[in-house]
Design a protein around this ligand. Sequence first.
Ligand code: C5P
Length: 213
Amino acid sequence: GQALAGKHILITAGPTHEPIDPVRYIANRSSGKQGFAIAAAAASLGARVTLVAGPVALDTPVGVTRIDIETALQMAAAINAALPADVAILVAAVADWRSDAAAIKIKKDGNAPAPLALVENPDILATLAASPQRPRLLIGFAAETDHVLDHAQAKLARKGCDWIIANDVSGDVMGGSHNRVHLVTATGVESWDELPKQAVADRLVSRIADALT
Ligand code: C5P
């Protein structure tokens, strides 16, 4: 059915790339698959979907408006430009730090390497939670390798979002096709079986449709 018709759903997915100089960058192993699967699921329920995507090798799901960005600052700006939204699902693995990028290629000279001066990136999720344009339902992800539920519950409170999807990335989740997640809300934790990422997406989006009615 079209359970999400008339709703605007904003999704981030993939990694960010933070340039060090014109030829190098800091990145992470996010593939974007889970976020893209959620975008596809939301569009198939009739939502208007804006997908802000970091650098990934994935096709745009049918019916989704995709905005490609590279850095965390560009992701933050794209989110702001896409508001307002009824729901935001921030799946992206945003780089915690950016480098003060050099305008020209840094050369090695046989001496000790120049230290990378890192600056903390804005937390897009926490900023959106505190914004006057906060979506009615704000969902974050927590990729953890250990103490998954403890970290997720702490994150829910710290970030000010409504739900956290906690996933255990100690295995081969990043880049893989399956995911084992826990839906963490203020009222409790629901642990889902390991499922294909598209099945995780379908289940999450159907929960979102329920929450909006
Ligand atoms: O703090 P941590 O990076 O583990 O939090 C993960 C959640 O916060 C994810 O939903 C991620 O998309 C979001 N996030 C963000 N901006 C950042 C860092 C994380 O939106 N700078």
